[in-house]
Design a protein around this ligand. Structure first.
Ligand code: OMP
Length: 291
């Protein structure tokens, strides 16, 4: 619960958005190839038109929009200016903005990243940020603290959707746990006691077949890899098991390739949302039946 001085926590805001809008996250990834497929130039003008169209099409209906910072940074400061505007417009239209910048560094530098994305006075302030814990979970402390102060959230990489991730994330820590499980256990500790949902989420690829880890972190689970990377909403119950109700399935190219028509973008997002609903309700129903 929030007070006059304390903003409402990200986990509570996300739970409400998932319940009212459905849990889908759509990524804003302006690849050169997509700009070209949309008939746009691969420059700041094309980037601006692409981004504005996605925000106009989806910010008033999906729970989460996830701009991928790399595709904006490649145009330098003018690309970042497009990103700033998109963040503000998407938030104003009611979407939660998850900045996908996958930051991770030593604590003192992490503090600067936290000021960039998790401080309410920053031009890039976002509802949540993706971070990498593989410099040690404790290196994220400045971001964890900043998120608590501003009512924002973090999505911490646990098991990524790319096949190369396993050699690091499935390797064994000194105490016998996998590195991914070690990180998930840290997230569970951060979220302990939070209701209705903690603000520290995990990233777990929808492509994994079966996660094979304990996902009971009392926080949201971002599931990228649906669409272009080959996973489908029907895969979610198999990957996430009993935690499927906390999953935020994420699709970028699978939706974006339907542009530039605003109605086609909306229809594509709607189809993914419907498939997610069917998969999640089916899984929850079968769990209920087993009780
Ligand atoms: O944090 C992410 O969003 C992420 C984590 C991960 O494990 N895999 C992954 O693909 N992503 C991001 O999710 C998006 C996937 O895009 P599509 O494959 O086009 O849906 C990209 O922006 C990736 O950087």
């Amino acid at each position: 619960m929030s007070t006059a001085t304390e903003p409402e926590a990200f986990g509570a805001r996300l739970r409400r958005a998932m319940d009212t809008r459905g849990p889908l996250c759509v990524g804003i990834d302006p690849h050169s190839s997509l700009l070209s497929a949309w008939g746009l130039s691969d420059d700041v003008a094309g980037l601006t038109a692409f981004t504005r169209t996605v925000v106009e099409a989806l910010a008033d209906r999906v729970a989460v929009l996830k701009p991928q910072s790399a595709f904006f940074e490649r145009f330098g400061s003018r690309g970042v200016a497009v990103l700033e505007k998109a963040v503000a417009e998407a938030r104003a239209a009611g979407a939660l903005v998850l900045m996908d910048a996958k930051r991770g560094d030593i604590g003192s530098t992490m503090a600067a990243y936290a000021q960039t994305y998790l401080d309410k006075d920053s031009p890039l302030f976002s509802d949540a940020l993706t971070v990498s814990p593989y410099l040690g979970f404790g290196s994220l402390r400045p971001a964890l603290d900043a998120a608590r102060v501003s009512g924002s959230g973090l999505f911490v990489l646990a098991l990524t959707s790319n096949p190369e991730g396993a050699e690091v994330q499935r390797s064994t820590a000194a105490d016998g746990r996998s590195l991914a499980q070690l990180m998930l256990d840290h997230m569970a500790a951060e979220n302990s006691g939070a209701t209705p949902l903690g603000s520290i989420g995990a990233v777990v690829g929808a492509t994994l077949g079966e996660a094979g880890v304990d996902l009971g972190i009392n926080g949201p689970l971002l599931a990228p890899g649906i669409g272009a990377q080959g996973a489908t909403p029907a895969d979610l119950p198999g990957v996430f098991g009993a935690a499927v109700g906390n999953v935020v399935p994420s699709v970028s190219r699978g939706v974006l390739r339907h542009g530039p028509d605003v109605y086609a973008l909306r229809a594509a997002a709607e189809r993914f949302s419907d498939e997610v609903r069917t998969a999640v309700e089916g899984a929850v129903g079968s769990t209920d039946g087993a009780r």
